[in-house]
Design a binder for this molecule. Structure first.
Ligand SMILES: C[S@@+](CC[C@H](N)C(=O)[O-])C[C@H]1O[C@@H](n2cnc3c(N)ncnc32)[C@H](O)[C@@H]1O
Length: 247
C-alpha cells in the first residue's frame, strides 16, 4: 500500500528511457493468448501431489520434502511478473538471458518465449531441476533453454568464461543480503550496453531490502516495482531512482 501511494505518477515521468519501458512493457496489457500454454502448465503443476526432496541452497538452507503443488504455489513468480519480463525481452529484442533460480521453470518459459531469446537458467536442487525439464518439454521451448543443475557458486565461474555477455540477468534465488551483493558484483560486468539486471523479491526480508538499496546506488537507473527491481547502467543517463506501480 505504501509503495502504491508513493509511486511516481506516469504523467510526471520525465525520463524517456523509463517512460518507454513503462508504456511498452510494465503497464501494457499484451495479448494473453501467447502465454496460455505456460499458464496451463502452471495450473497443472499446482495440482501435482508428487512429493520431491527439495534441497535448499538458498537463504534458509533447510532441505525438506515438499509436493510439486506446494512449490508451484509458493516459489513461482505470478503471471503478471512473468509477462512484464517477457514484454521487456520482446520489446528490446534481447538475445541472451540468464536466470539464477529455475525452480519448476515457469518464469524461465516467459524468459525464453521470444523469437531471438536464448535462456541459460541455473538450479541447485536436483529433484526440482528434473521437474523443470518436464515443464520445458511441455512448453516446447527445449531448444531455446540451457538448464544447468548445480549451485550458483559452482556454475557461475565457468559460465562467465564461456559467455561473458547477457542482455538480461534475472536473479531469483538465494535471497540473502550477502549472496545478492556477491552475485550482483559478479554479474553486472556481463551486462550488454543496453542490458538490464533484475532482482526479485527486493522487500522479501530486511537483508534483501538492504541489498536492493545498496545495489541501486551502483547503477544509473533503478526502477522499483516492489516485487522486482530493475537496474540499468545506461551511458549518458543522469542517476535516478524510480518507484512505479505494477498494478
Ligand atoms: C524462488 S525460486 C525461483 C522461481 C522461478 N524463477 C520462477 O519464478 O519460476 C528460487 C530457486 O532458486 C534455487 N536456489 C536458491 N539458491 C540457490 C543456489 N545457491 N544455487 C542454486 N540454486 C539455488 C532454489 O532451489 C529455488 O528452486
Amino acid at each position: 500500500m505504501q509503495h502504491y501511494l508513493t509511486a511516481t505518477r506516469i504523467d510526471v515521468l520525465h525520463s524517456p528511457f523509463v517512460f518507454e519501458l513503462y508504456q511498452n512493457c510494465i503497464a501494457k496489457e499484451s495479448n494473453l493468448g501467447q502465454y496460455q500454454n505456460i499458464e496451463k502448465i502452471r495450473e497443472h503443476l499446482r495440482s501435482v501431489q508428487t512429493e520431491i526432496n527439495f534441497e535448499d541452497f538458498g537463504a534458509s538452507q533447510k532441505s525438506r520434502t515438499v509436493t510439486v503443488k506446494e512449490l508451484a504455489k509458493q516459489h513461482l513468480k505470478p503471471a503478471r511478473i512473468g509477462q512484464i519480463l517477457n514484454r521487456i525481452i520482446q520489446f528490446k529484442n534481447y538475445y541472451s538471458v540468464l536466470e539464477l533460480g529455475t525452480s519448476l521453470g515457469i518464469t524461465a518459459c516467459y524468459l525464453a518465449n521470444s523469437p531471438n531469446a536464448h535462456l541459460t537458467t541455473l538450479e541447485g536442487s536436483k529433484a526440482v531441476w528434473e521437474q523443470a525439464q518436464l515443464t520445458f518439454e511441455k512448453a516446447e521451448l527445449g531448444p531455446k533453454i540451457v538448464s544447468q543443475l548445480g549451485t550458483f557458486d559452482s556454475l557461475l565461474p565457468a559460465l562467465i568464461q564461456k559467455q561473458p555477455q547477457y542482455d538480461l540477468i534475472f536473479i531469483d534465488g538465494n535471497h540473502s543480503y550477502e549472496a545478492t551483493l556477491r552475485y550482483v558484483e559478479m554479474l553486472s560486468p556481463l551486462l550488454s550496453k543496453n542490458g538490464l539486471l533484475i532482482l526479485d523479491d527486493i522487500y522479501w526480508s530486511p537483508g534483501m531490502t538492504m541489498a536492493w538499496r545498496e545495489t541501486r546506488e551502483k547503477f544509473t537507473v533503478s526502477i522499483d516495482l516492489f516485487f522486482i527491481g530493475i537496474l540499468s547502467n545506461r551511458i549518458g543517463q543522469v542517476k535516478e531512482d524510480f518507484k512505479l506501480r505494477v498494478w
